[in-house]
Design a protein around this ligand. Structure first.
Ligand SMILES: *Cc1c(COP(=O)(O)O)cnc(C)c1O
Length: 410
């Protein structure tokens, strides 16, 4: 039995009747862009994320662009962001003729390494954009301390992390603005592209609202430069249906993650706490002990400071919520593991094979291969396994069996 990386058809089967009623409602109304469906979704999503304001837009990429535009980021400005993330985080900065300044990641969480920020700040730095990678929040308190000290805006790339929590606060509710994506592979996926900008400040919300429609408050009168970033009504209608189920789906993702961790531990193929700690020390120095050990590094839950644990049951820390958009293992035997998964028809993906500071288009950003060892090691070792909510235990057992087969070289 083949196991896909993600099974969107299984998810659709669960909402089919409601979704079809929503299609009809939108089609009959012929209110196709923004309108009551989007407004209702915005109210519900704002409440869910603990934000005063939420604006539906065209994609997660555009949400980032809008947030940067609203923050006034432009030519000559610098924005500190991780190298180990999806392209859009840095691409949006470059599109505004500002410079992405790439920061290395923490070896265990793979989120922005907050201890490196002081080395990257210059008089031109305008903002920091932490990315809550794979569905786990960045350690935000040190970022806010640093941002306050240097008068920087904090824009959260929460594209993979709707519903994730840091010290009881939800992703997207902490910085000046938060950016969500409803791309179909995200935990809350639409019927095509969609995104959202969240914020707490009324004036900023007003500015974002203008930016969404070519910078105008009154039609054909343009106070600032904006774009067409409007969300389609069908996305609002579908996302409202899915939002009501999101907590159940997240709980299923967390159960799947805990079960993978247990199975790999029982098989004796995962690094223990001491080995993981040693890995973290060495990885920062450019020595990847995962590559040399033959053992897996399982995804860690990092709740800030040195509070680090492996999920094997309920959440290991109060107020910390990892929503597992991806379940990422790291292995030095990735080629063999991928070959075994492929032979067993198990889906997998590499997020991300090339860190952004090594991308052709960012050659001029002044950061070279070899300078961000943790990002480079992650690009060589990480592998995403199926974690979607509908994944059955028997399917998960198949994934584990195939992976162990590849890992042990049998
Ligand atoms: C998906 C994603 C985006 C972009 O979202 P789209 O809706 O695909 O434009 C931005 N940042 C991160 C970290 C993402 O995972």
């Amino acid at each position: 039995m083949a196991v896909p990386l993600l099974d969107l058809r299984a998810q659709y089967a669960a909402i089919r009747e409601e979704a079809r009623a929503a299609f009809d409602r939108v089609a009959d109304s012929q209110q196709l862009i923004l309108g009551p469906e989007v407004e209702a979704f915005e109210r519900e999503a704002a409440a869910y994320c603990g934000c005063r304001h939420a604006l539906g837009c065209t994609s997660g990429t555009d949400a980032i662009l809008m947030a940067l535009m609203a923050a006034g980021v432009g030519p000559g400005d610098e924005v500190i962001l991780p190298s180990f993330t999806f392209f859009a985080t840095a691409g949006s900065v470059a599109r505004l003729c500002a410079k992405p300044v790439f920061c290395d990641s923490d070896p265990l969480s793979l989120n922005l390494d907050v201890t490196l920020l002081h080395k990257l700040v210059t008089p031109r730095t305008r903002a920091i954009m932490p990315v809550h990678l794979y569905g786990q929040c960045v350690d935000m308190d040190p970022i806010f301390l640093f941002a306050r000290e240097h008068k920087l805006a904090v824009i959260e790339d929460a594209a993979q992390a709707i519903g994730a929590e840091y010290k009881g606060r939800r992703a997207g509710s902490m910085g000046e603005a938060g950016c969500l994506s409803f791309y179909p592979t995200k935990n809350l996926g639409g019927f095509g592209d969609g995104g959202m900008v969240t914020c707490q400040d009324d004036a900023l919300a007003q500015r974002l609202r203008m930016i969404r429609v070519h910078g105008s408050r009154k039609r054909y009168y343009h106070e600032i430069i904006g774009g067409n970033f409007r969300m389609d009504a069908i996305q609002g209608a579908i996302l409202r249906i899915k939002l009501r189920r999101l907590d159940d789906w997240t709980a299923a993702r967390q159960r799947n993650a805990a079960r993978y961790n247990r199975l790999f531990q029982e098989a004796g193929v995962s690094m223990n706490g001491a080995e993981a700690a040693e890995f973290a020390v060495q990885c920062r120095k450019g020595v990847c002990t995962v590559e040399n050990s033959g053992k897996l590094l399982l995804p860690m839950e990092c709740a800030g400071g040195d509070r680090i644990a492996l999920r094997t049951g309920e959440a290991p820390f109060a107020g910390h919520r990892h929503v597992y958009n991806q379940y990422i293992i790291r292995t030095g035997r990735r080629e063999a593991v991928m070959a075994a998964l492929k032979a067993a028809q198990v889906g997998f993906e590499i997020y991300y094979p090339v860190p952004l500071h090594e991308q052709e288009c960012f050659k001029e950003c002044g950061c070279r291969a070899g300078q961000l060892p943790v990002s480079e090691c992650a690009a060589r070792c990480s592998l995403a396994l199926p974690i979607y909510p509908e994944l059955a235990e028997a399917q998960q057992d198949e994934v584990v069996a195939a992976l162990l087969h590849g890992l042990r070289g049998k």
